[in-house]
Every structure is written in C-alpha cells, then in structure tokens.
Design a protein around this ligand. Structure first.
Ligand code: AMP
Ligand code: MG
Length: 405
C-alpha cells in the first residue's frame, strides 16, 4: 500500500526538527574562512580606539580659526602609532598623519592640500573655512567595547575575518565538520574510470554529491558504492553508521524489488521520519535518525532527483545541524509561463538572468525526465513551484535554491 505523501513544507519541518548536533572545535583565524562561527564575538575595544585623524594635514583648535588665525605655528608632528601630543600655545598646530591619534587640544584637521608651509608656519588657502571636527573619526563612533560584533551561527566570510582579527582573535571556535558518507547503490552503476557495458550506467551521483559537499566546505566525506544485495547493504551500512555522523545514500529507495535501502536502514535501528514527499522530482525521498548522533538521507537515484533533494533538504539540514543561522531562500521571477500539470511541488531548474530593471529572473530549463541531468548543464539552481498551483505565469515569484552557495 502507498504511504501518504508528505508536503514539502512538512518534510522540511520534520527534518529540521530531528537534527542531530555536532561538536565545536578551535581553529586558527586564517583557517576559519567558510566555517560556521560557534561563539559570540564582542568588541575588544572602542572603534576607533581613539579620536583618529583621517587625512594627512594639520590638526588645529577650531576656536583659533574662529578667532581669526589663518597662519599656524607648527609645534610638532603626530605620526600614526605614536601617543598623543598636546597642542601648545594658542595659534599653533600639529602636523598629523592619517591613522594618528588626534593631538590633545585639537578638534579639527585641515588637509595638506589646503595649506602652504613656510619656515615652520602653515598658512591656509585664502578663503578656506574648515568645519569643526572635520577629518576626525571620533572614538567609539563605529562601535563600543563589548558590543556584539558577530553572533554564533555566522558563516565566516572575508569581512568576518577582518572583524575577528580586529578583536584580537587568533583562535576561533567553529562548528566541527561532520563525517559524511556518500553511499550510492545499484548493480548497474559503474565507476567513471571503469569499462562499461551497454546495460550499465555510469556513476555520477557520488561525484556530484561530493562536489556539492566540498563546495559547502565539508571536509570529511568518503564515498562508497554498494550492490543491491541485502547482506552487503546490511553489513556496509552498519559500518558506515558506526564511522559517520551523516549518511547520504542515493538509489534503492523506491518500490522496486531491489529497493532494499529503507528496510535495511530500519533494521539497523535508523528511525524513519520521512518517506515519500509530494514533490517532483524526488518523491521517494527517505530521512531517518539513529539516537541523537546519526542522520540518514536516502535519496532517489535519478540524478536530477538526487541533486534537487540534496540542495533542498540535505545541505540546509547539515548546515543547520552545525549551528548555522538559517538563510531564507532568495526569490526570483519566472522568465516564462510554466504549466506544472501535477499536484506535486515542482522543482524546476533555472538559469538566472536579469531583466532591464535589474530584477532577477529564472529562465526555466525543462528536463525530459528526472534522469535527464544533461539538461542541468549551465543552470544555476532550481525554483520551487507550489503544489497548489498548476499554471505559473511569467513574472511569478518563486523560491530559488542555488546549486552552490
Ligand atoms: P533507483 O533510485 O535506484 O531506482 O535509481 C533510479 C535511476 O537512477 C536508475 O536509472 C539508476 O540507474 C540511476 N542511478 C542510481 N544511482 C545512480 C548513480 N549513483 N549515478 C547515476 N545514476 C544512478
Ligand atoms: Mg537502484
């Protein structure tokens, strides 16, 4: 008997509510790019930590200018990286460099282009009127000491590296990368470097899954191929479950006589939470967990189904399990009308482009079947068209799931 189909939304919420968690680890700052931050980062000091000069020139007291001074006696020089000097008798100035501490007693900086220096006296360009506070970046105006600069769950990108460095963090606490087994199944599947017979199919899923995991920054992935044989599956899946926290299977989850994967997983103590989702492609998808530290995704073997399920559920689930802050999908407009003609949520590959107003458009790429992965070449991802509709006009706004990023 057919099990009822879960909606895409229900499948997602069941998966996201059953996530396991992974430990954290410490890495050097320069090794943390792309990883998920596992600590709150507070400002070490005010930023800037002092009133900072932002232009090479002279620092003056604005009151002297307001009192009529136009030629200022140079009393000293304030380079970046030196403790603050103090302005001496009225009518003087201190040469100050970009990045320097504003000398005590000064409140305004005049750019070197606006002055002429003769015999230790800086004279302003005729008619030039400085504004009080100009070219001074006041202490604490970006943030204050102990302000929260980064939250746990942030993916560390290039700006985050700069922020971590500026807060004195040479070591960073990040989510540990889980051990992931990529397990393909099927007697017909032949490795890419092996001779192939007419009735056989090349292995593509494992390579595509590995590529997607690598692109997402997962470091500990191993691939394994298993025949459609119950004893082999039982033995090898048991071992894979011992050695890995996440299993991503492809193939063997449908209703064929050799689709043993769901039954064997349950025999091995993996509790089923999702099997069969109202979606096309990818209907037979299966998800389960064992204890609090193992999750198993068993995806249909058709290459388009595998990739769609991987990006729609598996990658987001692993990323959430690692503590990443969820990112809502981007939205794009359909470039053309689409008739989905089914009661299932439709995942439709698209190539992104933009219209003359700069609006992001998804140009649909119809695949012949869920095995027609050659059509995916050059696409950027897929859009999700709701099960409730069947006619989607050009301009229809849909969630977009990218193949990478
Ligand atoms: P299955 O889900 O096992 O019924 O497989 C569905 C279709 O996907 C079959 O045509 C398989 O040959 C194909 N397939 C399964 N696994 C792979 C794989 N690892 N690489 C490429 N095609 C596959
Ligand atoms: Mg199969």
């Amino acid at each position: 008997m057919n099990e009822p189909l879960l909606s895409v939304a229900d499948a997602q919420s069941i998966i996201f509510s059953r996530l396991i968690s992974f430990p954290t680890r410490r890495v050097g700052l320069d090794q943390s790019l792309g990883l998920i931050l596992a600590e709150k980062v507070l400002a070490e000091r005010d930023q800037p930590p002092f009133d900072r000069v932002t232009m090479d020139g002279i620092a003056i007291a604005q009151g002297d200018f307001d009192g009529g001074t136009r030629s200022f006696q140079i009393q000293g020089i304030q380079p970046a990286g030196s403790p603050a000097l103090s302005l001496g008798p009225a009518g003087g100035c201190i040469e100050a460099m970009t990045g320097a501490v504003l000398p005590a007693g000064c409140d305004t900086v005049i750019a070197v282009e606006r002055i002429q220096v003769d015999d230790g006296v800086a004279t302003l360009e005729p008619g030039y009127e400085p504004v009080q506070g100009q070219f001074v970046h006041p202490r604490g105006s970006d943030y204050r000491q102990d302000d929260v600069l980064l939250e746990p769950g942030t993916r560390i990108g290039v700006p985050e590296i700069a922020i971590l460095a500026a807060t004195g963090k040479s070591q960073v606490s990040v989510a540990a990368s889980p051990r992931i087994a990529i397990i393909s199944t099927g007697d017909e599947v032949v490795e890419v470097d092996q001779p192939i017979l007419p009735h056989q199919i090349r292995q593509s899923n494992s390579h595509a899954i590995l590529a997607a995991l690598t692109a997402a920054g997962h470091e500990h992935c191993q691939c394994l191929h298993l025949a459609d044989d119950q004893d082999t599956l039982r033995e090898k899946l048991a071992k894979a479950l011992e050695e890995n926290q996440v299993l991503i299977l492809s193939g063997g989850v449908s209703k064929g006589k050799f689709d043993f994967v769901p039954g064997i997983l349950e025999e091995l103590g993996v509790a089923k939470h999702v099997h069969r989702v109202a979606q096309r492609p990818g209907k037979p998808m299966w998800f389960g967990t064992r204890g609090k530290d193992r999750m198993v995704f068993a995806l249909p073997g058709n290459p388009v189904s595998t990739l769609v399920c991987l990006h729609r559920y598996v990658l987001p689930a692993i990323s959430l399990a690692m503590g990443a802050t969820p990112r809502p999908p981007r939205q794009v407009r359909l470039a053309e009308a689409i008739t989905s003609g089914s009661k299932l949520t439709c995942f439709l590959p698209v190539t992104l482009t933009s219209d003359s107003d700069g609006q992001l458009l998804g140009v649909p790429r119809q695949t012949n079947t869920s095995g027609d992965f050659a059509s995916l070449a050059g696409t950027d991802g897929f859009v999700e068209l709701a099960a409730e509709g069947s006619e989607f006009p050009a301009g229809h706004v849909a969630d977009f799931h990218p193949w990478a990023g």
